[in-house]
Design a binder for this molecule. Structure first.
Ligand code: GDP
Length: 300
């Protein structure tokens, strides 16, 4: 065997290469694909994905652990102009999760939707960031034309971000290059999460979110902002989830004719839970919960 005596890489000298880790925050307007990106990169469904904007109410992390490195993704709720107490809380969570202090080593990625023009909303989100230290991720390139992608890159280049990555959360295009770049920027750090952990979301929260996601999928458009879900009983394998709506009339919409809507949502949620789980769904009315800060605090 021929060895290269001049090779003095750290492992040849006996010291293990340093472990690298750090936090990556995705920010962007609602619906640009932040949750989808975390899910695609971490390879598992973590936060809920919906066609309707502003369904991600929680600061949820996805973790990608590879030999020698760990990336912790923070999936923020979309920033938007707040109208209700819930909206204000959503924004506060998104802003809280940004560390823009000069000595921060965290990476912030501004996510843009390649199928939409670069707009005022994107600029507003960018104004909250330390852009020269941030990267821009242009998502949904699978659905955009080449020209749309080029236009988005050209328009967003005015921000002067550190790097630009055209990607697709749906097909995975561009994600390896993005992950490589993020890994290179990681400082030396501890393994924050055990190897097999992909999310810090408590199980109860995850089940409540799953039910909410499936309800959004089967109900009509006007409902989403009025639905909250909470686990009110957890006696494994028996789980009860309360669905909280604002008005009596919405209760009927959730339940559906002969219970059909609720049944469908329950079936879809159960299909994603382990075998043998007994999931009970109950619908409650709590008048205007979104406009009452005390209620938002509890149900949020
Ligand atoms: P968020 O509000 O920014 O977290 O956005 P979501 O991840 O919930 O995605 C919003 C919608 O865009 C969903 O319908 C996703 O399926 C869709 N979406 C996300 N990423 C992509 C992508 O790369 N390509 C396409 N075609 N659709 C995507």
């Amino acid at each position: 065997m021929v060895t290269d005596e001049t090779d003095d890489t750290p492992d040849r000298c006996g010291a293990a290469p340093a472990f690298r880790s750090g936090f990556v925050t995705f920010v962007g307007r609602p619906n640009v694909g932040k949750s989808s990106l975390v899910n695609a990169i971490c390879g598992r469904k973590i936060s809920i994905v919906s066609d309707k904007p502003q369904t991600t109410r929680h600061r949820i992390m996805g973790v990608l652990t590879r030999p020698g490195s760990q990336l912790v993704f923070v999936d923020t709720p979309g920033l938007h102009k707040p109208v209700t107490a819930l909206g204000e809380r959503v924004n506060a969570t998104a802003l809280d999760s940004l560390d823009t202090s000069p000595d921060s080593v965290d990476v912030t990625a501004l996510v843009l939707d390649a199928t939409k023009p670069f707009g005022k909303g994107d600029r507003w989100v960018a104004s909250k960031l330390d852009v020269p230290r941030s990267i821009v991720v242009v998502n949904k390139v699978d659905r955009a034309s080449r020209q749309q992608v080029l236009d988005m890159l050209a328009a967003s280049s005015e921000l002067g971000a550190a790097e630009y990555f055209p990607v697709s959360a749906r097909t995975g295009e561009g994600l390896p290059a993005l992950v490589e770049h993020l890994t290179e920027r990681l400082p030396e750090g501890p393994e924050y999460f055990p190897d097999d952990e992909v999310s810090d979301l408590p199980e109860e929260r995850w089940v409540a979110e799953l039910v909410r996601e499936q309800l959004l999928a089967v109900t009509r458009d006007e409902l989403p902002y009025s639905i909250a879900t909470e686990v009110t009983e957890w006696e494994w394998p028996r789980i009860r989830v309360d669905i909280v709506v604002e008005r009596e009339s919405q209760k009927g919409m959730i339940i559906g004719k002969g219970g059909s809507v609720l049944k469908q949502a329950g079936q879809r949620a159960r299909a994603q839970l382990p075998d043998g789980v007994y999931l009970e769904l109950r619908v409650k009315v709590d008048k205007n919960w979104q406009h009452r800060p005390d209620r938002v605090e509890r149900l949020y």
